[in-house]
Write a protein of this length. Structure first.
Length: 222
């Protein structure tokens, strides 16, 4: 009988086979034990995503010998930023200018430049976070972010509506890709478009995603 580690490695290998080389795979390890991360790391996975701040910090410290890259992928409250900044290689879901300023402040305090993605609200669900397209356009035009010297915007991220309607999901991802292309044509260092999770990552890749966040398809259900 195969061990759980072997099952994780098999599922991870299966996912990798279907992801183009230009797309970065984030293995979403939230709520999973360190042994599961070690199993994935043992076959070359180095990028892991967490959405609970204490869990990210604890795993980053205890697994530091593996030289992994940690992504904070969930909604981030400003009062938790100081705990995330020392450990996160990329903060995905920056959904307000206030949060961006706090990340800059905390990064400055430890002499770090933090890479971030700005979250755009593309879904129909109101409980998902992010700038509206209009708010994002206004934010770019104001250019106040250029004064923040300890954050580096790497691109955009978004979460599609949770639905079986593939056409709707494609439309939402396509709108985000159009916005990303327009912004990255001006800001040459914007190189990352994070969209797509276990249920819709194939659609996301077809629509131009450069980074996908996959958990249950690798680690099993939570």
């Amino acid at each position: 009988m195969k061990s759980e580690a072997s099952h994780i490695q098999d599922r991870l290998s299966g996912v990798r086979k279907n992801i183009p080389d230009h797309v970065t795979l984030i293995a979403v390890s939230k709520t999973k034990p360190k042994e599961a991360i070690e199993a994935a790391a043992s076959i070359g996975q180095i990028e892991f995503g967490e959405n609970r701040v204490p869990e990210l910090a604890e795993k980053a410290k205890s697994l530091s010998h593996l030289n992994l890259k940690w992504h904070h992928i969930g909604h981030l409250q400003t009062n938790k930023v100081k705990l995330v900044v020392p450990h996160a290689d990329l903060i995905h879901a920056v959904d307000s200018e206030r949060l961006l300023q706090e990340i800059n402040k905390r990064s400055h305090s430890i002499g770090k430049i933090s890479d971030v993605l700005l979250q755009i609200h593309i879904a129909t669900e109101t409980n998902k976070f992010g700038w509206s397209f209009a708010e994002f356009d206004a934010f770019l035009q104001e250019q106040s972010w250029q004064d923040l010297k300890h954050v580096r915007i790497r691109g955009l991220m978004g979460m599609a509506t949770f639905t079986d309607d593939r056409k709707q999901i494609s439309t939402e991802f396509r709108a985000l890709k159009k916005t990303f292309d327009a912004a990255s044509s001006v800001h040459n260092d914007w190189d990352t478009l994070s969209m797509g999770m276990s249920g819709d990552w194939k659609i996301a890749v077809d629509e131009g995603s450069t980074m996908v966040r996959i958990g249950s398809s690798i680690f099993g259900s939570r």
